[in-house]
Design a protein around this ligand. Structure first.
Ligand SMILES: NC(=O)c1ccc[n+]([C@@H]2O[C@H](COP(=O)([O-])OP(=O)(O)OC[C@H]3O[C@@H](n4cnc5c(N)ncnc54)[C@H](O)[C@@H]3O)[C@@H](O)[C@H]2O)c1
Length: 309
């Protein structure tokens, strides 16, 4: 497949780019900054045909004109013909401002929501029918929401958990998912998978090092995030899913340095135990394993065929 990947110079984007090329895909790598020199040098040493399999595009995705021009370079002009050919088989949209700390709230919200609408709308308009976008477990209001203000109706957390978001990053991810839903109504043959990642890191050792109570001691491996991106574009949908779907993409177990501690035991001693922050706890979930995580990813397993590695 030829895949247009946004945010390709970022942390997750770099990993996804390397994974896509390794899996034999061609990539149009899009970011407002060029690929890091270390990434480029490593790729030049690995692939002799790099110019054929990788195109690098430096684009400010907040600019409607630049986004239209980008898609027009690789696809026919938009029209209403459903069979319009496109040399882009799918889009993986990762570009965003992922750290609200130190950034103006309006900048985070406006950048994330305008970038996503520009990319998703223009891709659909140019005949692309498979899109994946990075969402986040922060959708519900977690890491950047004021301490003590996070709320969950139910544990484990599934994709139906309502958002209690009050911070600009969580809100932006919520809006990006609503945009996807709306665009799938506009284009009935379009599918968009919003992947709710959680603290994406290459190894379990790093996840243990960075593990945080306020994030339920959870993470997503970089490889699993990259595999979910590909599955969101390639998994056959017949009878499984259509339109927009959100998927929890999180490790199955907590990453906590005390390997003897069970998840519910940690929860009981934590700030989450405060009155009113968590509604129902489905204790049967943890009969499947004491260290089981706090996000239910069975939807991604069922509909995408994805499993954390
Ligand atoms: N890293 C995580 O743990 C994590 C967890 C959950 C969700 N996510 C989501 O995954 C995606 C990637 O996150 P990341 O950690 O790699 O972030 P990052 O900041 O490392 O990468 C984001 C990239 O987007 C690019 N970008 C920002 N504004 C742009 C613009 N106007 N035009 C073009 N490019 C622009 C940046 O230059 C950067 O390279 C984001 O959508 C983030 O919200 C990340």
């Amino acid at each position: 497949m030829q895949i247009l990947l946004t945010g390709s110079s970022g942390v997750v984007g770099t990993y996804v780019l390397l994974h896509l090329l390794k899996e034999g895909h061609k990539v149009i790598a899009v970011d407002r900054i060029p690929l890091p020199p270390t990434t480029l040098t490593s790729l030049q040493g690995t692939y002799q045909d790099l110019d054929d399999i990788l195109k690098v595009e430096v684009v400010d995705l907040t600019s409607i004109g630049e986004v239209i021009s980008l898609f027009s370079r690789y696809t026919s002009p938009p029209d209403d013909t459903p069979s319009k050919s496109s040399s882009i088989d799918g889009v993986i949209h990762l570009a965003a401002i992922p750290h609200p700390e130190g950034n103006d709230a309006r900048f985070v919200h406006n950048t994330n929501t305008s970038i996503s609408y520009n990319v998703l709308y223009t891709a659909a308009e140019h005949g692309i029918r498979r899109i994946v976008q990075a969402s986040s477990v922060n959708f519900t209001g977690l890491a950047y929401t004021r301490k003590g203000m996070q709320r969950f109706d139910k544990l484990p957390i599934d994709e139906d958990e309502p958002s209690h978001a009050e911070d600009p990053y969580a809100l932006s991810k919520q809006i990006c998912e609503i945009q996807a839903l709306s665009l799938c109504r506009l284009h009935p043959s379009l599918t968009i998978a919003s992947l709710r990642f959680h603290h994406v890191l290459p190894t379990l050792a790093q996840a243990v090092e960075w593990s945080r109570e306020e994030e339920f001691w959870m993470w997503t491996s970089s490889l699993s995030a990259a595999q979910a991106c590909i599955m969101g574009l390639t998994t056959p949908q017949e009878g499984r899913w259509k339109g927009h779907e959100a998927f929890n993409i999180v490790a199955p177990e907590i990453a906590w340095r005390d390997a003897t501690a069970g998840s519910l035991e940690l929860l009981g001693k934590s700030e989450w135990n405060d009155e009113g922050r968590i509604g129902l706890v489905d204790r049967e979930w943890w009969e499947g394993g004491r260290r089981r995580g706090f996000w239910d990813c069975t939807k991604a397993e069922r509909l995408l065929g994805w499993r954390h590695v």
